[in-house]
Ligand binder design. Sequence first.
Ligand SMILES: [Mn+2]
Length: 285
Amino acid sequence: MHFKPDKIQFAIDRFAPLEKAEFAVIPVPWEKTTSYGKGAKKGPAAIIKASYQLELWDEEIGTETWKRGIVVLGPVNCNLPEKDFFANLEHFTEVLIEKTKAIPVFLGGEHSITQGIMVPFRKKHRNLSILHFDAHADLRPEYEGNPRSHASAMYPPSRKSKTVQVGIRNVAPEEKDLINSGKVITYLMHENLNINSLIKKIIKNLTDTVYLTIDVDGFDPSVMPATGTPQPGGFAWYDALKLFKAVCRKKKVVGIDVVETSPRKIDNITEFNAAKLVYRLMGYL
Ligand SMILES: [Mn+2]
């Protein structure tokens, strides 16, 4: 398998071939099971398009992060039957993390992509833990008969890896015995409004090597309004950044996904903010 760069690219990627890049951005416009608001498949392209508008100097980090090398790869093929898509996504991810040094940042697409991505990460990194930032627990073994549903995104990964959930404020009856059980530690949003003490708990509970999965609905809808199943009362921008900064600085973050951006016609806030988030996270690493 080789990587076929798409025409859609960060304006800055031409300075960094994949071999030299510190970060690889991978669009995964997968959308099969969204239950309410549609459009997650348009998320990756919208975020990349918005990224052209970012200033290259990051005012918080104080550097031009792009100089460390960012490459945007062509999208993972999502025009496949579900089984083949996940097999391909797993294989793609495995090749990427085995053959390059770049830290991958996957752009979704619906959250179920995390299921495929996690398989090779688990193989490569012993004692990997997951920081799961989301409004939803996503712990149903299956939803509407499908274990690959976005509502089941974290069930398989959390059976195998320690999973710390934050932002959670929507839990189904069939999930209530799965939160804070087994390998899952769940910090319900309403019980953890003090960001500093939440950060302490998260840092204590994560292992040294961390995969970060960010559903944009973990943020408050005022920050990330365009998403399929929004929930009130999510993280404010600077609180979330403080949390991500602490994790990126104190742990070894080996991969990231940012999922569930569903661009809408009325505004472009979410894709802009997601692009800024991704650039900022790179700066923290
Ligand atoms: Mn969610």
